[in-house]
Every structure is written in C-alpha cells, then in structure tokens.
Design a protein around this ligand. Structure first.
Ligand SMILES: O=C(O)C1=C[C@@H](OP(=O)(O)O)[C@@H](O)[C@H](O)C1
Ligand SMILES: C=C(OP(=O)(O)O)C(=O)O
Length: 431
C-alpha cells in the first residue's frame, strides 16, 4: 500500500446544506442491459450508470454479439446506451471483475450462446459463492466446466438453446442466483420454474426488481407463491427506460446530514421503487434524523442526535457498511442482524467492518449473523477497504466526525460510483 492510496477523509466544521444528484442504479442498469441483450428489438437506457460493474456488463455483452452503443445524452449523466441485440455467440472470455451481477447474471445468458464462454474475475471473485448457479445450469442440461470447484473460473459450453423446465436452487447465500435464472428464463424453450430450497433469500427486494423488470419487457412471470417463480417462454420486447438514481449509493451522503446536522437532498428519489436503498428512509429515521420525501426528492435533516438501532438488514444488506459507520458514531448501542450473507460480498463485510471500526478505537463484536456495535470514542487511523466500494464510503462517513481518518484505496468506489470523491467534496462545500 503506497501513501498515494490514502485519502484523508474531510472533517468539515459546519452543518450541511447540499443537493446531491446521484447517477443511475447499478442493479437496474445491469438488469436492463441483460434484458435488452435478450430482447427481440433494440432498447434505449437513459442515464444508465457508468461504473466498473456496468461497463464490465456492457463489454461482456458486446463480446457475446450484442451492440452496446453510446448515444447522445438525454439526461444529466452522460450518454445513453443503445442496445442492439444480436445472435449470441462464443468463444469468448468474460471478465466479471468483482461484480456479482456480471458473474451471476451472465452464465445463463452464455448458455443461450453458441460456443464456449469462459468466465473469470478479480482474485476475490473466485471466492464469492457461485456453486448454486453452476449446479442449476447443469440440472438444466447445460455443460459447465469448472474443474470441480463450483467457483470461478469456469466455462459455459453454450449450444444456443436451453430446454428449461424446473430447477431447484439454494439461494440463501445470494438473491442473485434467482435473479440470474429468471432474467434468461423466458428464452428457454419451456420457460423456467425456479424453486428456492435453501433458507430465506437475502436482498429480497432485488428479486422483486427482477420480476418487475421482466414484466417491463413483456415477460409473463408468476411470483404468487413463496419461494417459487414461474417464467413463461416468450418474446422479450425492447426497453426505453430512464434509470432511477442509485439509492444505495445515496447512503453515505444522506448519512452525512445525520452525522453533521444540516440537510442533504437527493433529487429524483422515486415515490415507488424496488431498490433496497429505499430502506434508508426508515433506517435514518430510526437513528434520529428527519426524513421527508416529496416531489423534490428525499431530504434528510440531522437533528444533532444520532441513536443506535436494532435492525434486521437481511433484505437490504448492501446498506450495512454505512449503517455500521453511523452506529459507531451513535450515542447508544446497535445490533445489526440477518446479514451472514455479507461474508460472501466484495469482502467478508462483517469481519472487515469489525476489524476496521475496532482499529479506530470502536467496540464492535461480530456475531454469527451480524454486528454488535457499542459506542466508543474513535481516533485517527487508516481505514482499509478490501476492494469494497461500500467499505470506502463507510470510511468517509466516519471521517466526517473523526479527525485524521485516512481511507485506503478510495478509488475502489469506481465499482459503482466513480465520481464519489467529487460528489463528496462538492456536498461538503455546500453545492
Ligand atoms: O441483484 C442485485 O442487483 C443485487 C443483489 C444483492 O446481492 P445479494 O443477494 O448477494 O446480497 C445486493 O447485495 C447486490 O448489491 C446487488
Ligand atoms: C454486494 C454488492 O455488489 P455485487 O453486485 O457485486 O454483489 C454491493 O454492491 O453491495
């Protein structure tokens, strides 16, 4: 680690008053890209997120024969994407980076291509759970060569078609396994029925997001029974869609108002959304901030009080790092539960948060499925990020209150928010 990798997190003296316009949702952008690639006609994605995860997705689809072109901007965040589907074909090698959406959503798409599609990614990608999706594809008759590991790297030996039918999967370690199968299921000859045979699915709003996005392209899907989804085979239509702002990426900015006082507004916050980040409204309210949603967006106003909370974050696990940072700065203890699956995220987030918060003087205990955080005075130090964009933003939140926090590799925020430091500095300057 060089000195250049340390970002001195700014510690402002005054209350905030800022409007922070956030780029598009990673989860929506990557679903729309996959659906557009499988559709029978071109699609236009307006204000898509352009970050490492979405560029990797666009590039991989390009390698498979889909045209993803930049077209003149219609929104505030650069150019739109025009997606022109084509015949899916290998051989090719897909770089998944560290993107769960790329490594899980694309193998079923690769099964619909003709030719071998090899998948590999960052070193940590090889440790993230993949076995359930590999097993599900095999159960559907797709040949996958993983050298017996059940993890990356592996090669999907696409034949251009998948018969489909019924598949059982243990989705207790990631909702992305279910989403992945559903996204491609309408292109299977018999459609697809997915049954979750494992424990409760984490990040459930993301499955609802998948179901709703499929309906947007005309797919008939029955999600009326718990743990069962039925996708009818059929044509998928094109999309012309404005991507919602990324609400999970709003977490550190809204948290800043709760920590410093003053207010932060995120414009374009949808009145209805399937994004898990919408849970921030309730979480920040529980922690003592004032939260209001109207046509101008979501406004969070700090009250000078920051309370700990007892929260089950099973459905919104990706908010954990910022909530944990807030909890470490709060006046009362917190218990964050239901998040054992975070051990398979960009890093083992429970271990990383406990280590890094304790490294700054915190009092954090890891439990089997969460964190117990007891208030303690924090001090200056290096906050390591383990290539995890959300650890990096959690470090920035701590730095608001604790002088001398240095976040290692703040650039890792490029996974979903390349402009993080610019937006952060601008927010603190009050623009
Ligand atoms: O489908 C998606 O877009 C996502 C699903 C969730 O994954 P897990 O179910 O693995 O937590 C979430 O944490 C991730 O950031 C994005
Ligand atoms: C878990 C996350 O990402 P991924 O899509 O790589 O799983 C996340 O962004 O918090």
């Amino acid at each position: 680690m060089s000195e250049d990798d340390l970002w001195p997190a700014p510690t402002p003296e005054r209350e905030l008053d800022a409007v922070v316009a956030l780029p598009g949702s990673k989860s929506l952008t990557n679903r729309y890209l996959v659906l557009a690639a499988l559709a029978a006609e071109p699609s236009r994605l307006r204000s898509p997120l352009r970050s490492r995860d979405t560029v990797l997705m666009a590039r991989a689809l390009g390698q498979l024969g889909v045209r993803v072109e930049d077209v003149t901007a219609s929104g505030d965040f650069g150019q739109d994407w025009l997606v022109v589907p084509g015949e899916l074909r290998g051989p090719t090698t897909v770089d998944t980076g560290l993107a769960g959406t790329v490594m899980r959503f694309l193998p079923p798409v690769a099964a619909l291509a003709t030719g071998d599609v090899a998948f590999d990614g960052d070193p940590r990608a090889r440790e993230r759970p993949m076995a359930p999706i590999v097993a599900a594809l095999r159960d559907l008759g797709v040949e996958v060569d993983d050298g017996g590991t059940g993890s990356l790297p592996f090669t999907v030996k696409g034949t251009g078609r998948v018969a489909g039918g019924t598949v059982r999967i243990d989705a207790s370690s990631s909702s992305q396994f279910v989403s992945a199968l559903l996204l491609a299921g309408a292109r299977f000859d018999e459609g697809l029925t997915v049954l979750n045979t494992g424990g409760p699915i984490p990040s459930e709003p993301h499955v609802t997001m998948t179901v709703e996005a499929l309906r947007d392209v005309g797919v008939v899907i029955d999600d009326g029974e718990p743990e069962r989804w039925r996708v009818e085979p059929g044509r998928m239509g094109g999309l012309d869609v404005l991507v919602e702002p990324d609400l999970s990426n709003a977490a550190p900015f809204l948290a800043a108002a709760a920590v410093l006082g003053g207010q932060v507004r995120v414009p374009g916050w949808p009145q209805y959304t399937t994004q898990a980040g919408d849970n921030l409204r309730d979480l920040l309210d529980q922690m003592g901030a004032e939260v209001s949603l109207d046509r101008d967006g979501l406004t969070v106003t700090g009250t000078g009080e920051l309370y700990g909370l007892d929260a089950d974050l099973h459905a919104a696990g990706e908010l954990t790092p910022v909530v944990a940072a807030l909890a470490a700065l709060a006046e009362t203890p917190s218990h964050l539960r239901g998040i054992a699956h975070l051990r398979g995220h960009e890093t083992d987030r429970l271990a990383a948060l406990a280590t890094e918060l304790n490294g700054l003087g915190g009092k954090v205990v890891e439990t089997e499925d969460g964190l117990i955080i007891t208030p303690a005075p924090l001090h200056a130090g290096v906050f390591h990020t383990y290539d995890d964009h959300r650890l990096a933003t959690a470090g920035a939140v701590l730095g608001l209150r604790v002088p001398g926090v240095q976040v290692e590799n703040i650039g890792t925020t490029a996974k979903t928010l390349p402009e993080f430091t610019q937006l952060w500095n601008r927010m603190l300057q009050g623009s």
